[in-house]
Design a protein around this ligand. Structure first.
Ligand SMILES: [Zn+2]
Length: 461
């Protein structure tokens, strides 16, 4: 056994009860991806205690979720704003899991103390309510309801299990992860260009998906109906769970879908997906594609052609044959040509969890949480460089604590900067938090001035 950890600073990294160093790994182990996993069960809370004690970015989270209201000096600030936000904690004990909803904190230090004391394995963020959620029973008469909530998207790779063949369930690999990259590109572009939103945060869910938080004030104040309309805007899958054909287009493609197809989906499907997933190499896979073509003669002709023959570049050759047949001569009807697009969309277009986006008070895991299964931190993803994001190189809890140990002698109290989490937190601050904060200040100022002007006007009457 070789140790990758320089555990020179006892006290930072917890030891397992039976004395074995949890940082010890077998350097010859074939499954290198397991080296940074937090050992199951017993130690997670100990690791989390250190993470929450030294690394979790409380102030950044507070600044974000205050949306400019934390600056008590400005008369336009709503000092109750942060305190009306629901948090929920998942706490693991030896025997079971406890779920605490409607937690609330009036400031950053209250939040910090509660998280340190309860050491949750998961923190979820909910809506901002009419009153402090912890006191909701006292206000039951006058009405306790959500008033603001970021527009959120939850995309999970398991929802693509009927079209990916490299992995299934919770597993991901470098072949199927690009489906998440596609989802980020398509949705991010539409949110900015079609809806005019600017303050969008993308976060790795810790294992097999991504979350999106749209934080513009206009997005936070959307009604339930408006959220439903936006969710439907992104939903091209109408066929239902058991229907073979999930995507059907009639008439010209909506400009947003046409843009997604030309800029992202087509290229990715043709250059990567058909070959990595061997879509035309195996009979049951190509039959699944042929089932999407509503023309018996085309289907039987292609199926006959592909029977038994083995060629080089079989996937791209057969895709070209399919396209050629649907576009050529007598088959050149709008409906069949549409089929090509329908196939590409069926395999690659983002699959969002509609209910999460529609709901006003749906909870979503907080950024910078740690996934209890993988030990990976839910770090932000830069939508402009999402191709470069590699979920398998996201820092794990064990890795961060190892870095803390290795850099213990560096003379600074800024623990974050001693670890690779520093990069993610800096990205969060500079790319998301600072521009958001600037907009919040401007909006606060202008809302306040309007209010003053209105009260002056009413006096003049
Ligand atoms: Zn895969």
């Amino acid at each position: 056994m070789a140790s990758i950890a320089a555990c020179s600073s006892p006290g930072i990294v917890p030891k397992q009860e039976h004395g074995e160093d949890p940082m010890q790994i077998d350097s010859n182990a074939p499954e290198q991806r397991h080296i940074n996993r937090v050992p199951e069960g017993l130690l997670l809370t100990d690791y989390l205690r250190i993470y929450y004690g030294k690394l979790f970015p409380y102030m950044d989270m507070f600044k974000w979720l205050s949306y400019g209201n934390a600056d008590g000096k400005h008369p336009g600030c709503d000092s109750s704003y942060f305190g009306r936000r629901e948090f929920s904690f998942t706490i693991k004990s030896d025997r079971d899991e406890i779920y605490l909803r409607f937690q609330s904190f009036s400031n950053a230090s209250e939040m910090e103390s509660a998280i340190k004391a309860k050491c949750p394995t998961k923190i979820d963020i909910g809506a901002v309510y009419t009153v402090d959620p912890a006191k909701r029973h006292a206000y039951a008469q006058s009405g306790f309801s959500p008033v603001e909530r970021e527009l959120i998207f939850d995309i999970d790779i398991t929802d693509y299990d009927d079209v990916r063949y490299c992995c299934s369930g919770a597993d991901i690999c470098s072949d199927c992860w690009p489906l998440m990259t596609i989802a980020i590109k398509v949705i991010d572009t539409a949110l900015r260009e079609d809806f005019g939103f600017n303050h969008i945060l993308w976060v790795f869910s810790g294992r097999r998906g991504v979350h999106c938080w749209v934080c513009d004030s206009r997005a936070r104040r959307l009604s339930k109906e408006q959220r439903s309309a936006i969710a439907d805007y992104f939903n091209v899958y109408k066929g239902g769970e058991n229907s073979l054909k999930k995507v059907t287009f009639s008439g010209p493609l909506h400009p947003s879908l046409a843009r997604a197809y030309t800029d992202v989906l087509k290229h990715y499907f043709e250059e990567k997906w058909i070959s990595t997933q061997k879509l035309f190499e195996h009979e049951e896979r190509f039959h699944k594609i042929l089932q999407l073509i509503p023309d018996e003669s085309v289907v039987s002709e292609l199926a006959g052609k592909w029977q038994g023959s083995r060629l080089e570049h079989v996937n791209s050759v057969r895709w070209d044959q399919l396209k050629h047949m649907l576009q050529s001569g007598s088959k050149k009807t709008q409906g069949l040509r549409r089929c090509i697009e329908e196939i590409v969309f069926s395999y690659t277009y983002p699959r969002i969890d509609i209910q999460v986006t529609k709901g006003m008070n749906h909870l979503l895991k907080a950024p910078f949480c740690v996934h209890p299964g993988t030990g990976r931190v839910c770090v932000p993803i830069d939508p402009n460089n999402c191709e470069q994001f590699d979920p398998t190189s996201v820092p794990t809890l064990a890795q961060l604590l190892e870095e803390l140990n290795a850099n213990a002698s560096i003379g600074t109290d800024n623990y974050m900067e001693k670890t690779s989490l520093g990069l993610s937190v800096n990205f969060f601050r500079t790319s998301f938090l600072e521009p958001l904060f600037k907009t919040c200040k401007e909006e606060l100022e202008s809302a306040y001035n309007t209010k003053i002007q209105q009260s002056k006007d009413s006096l003049n009457w």
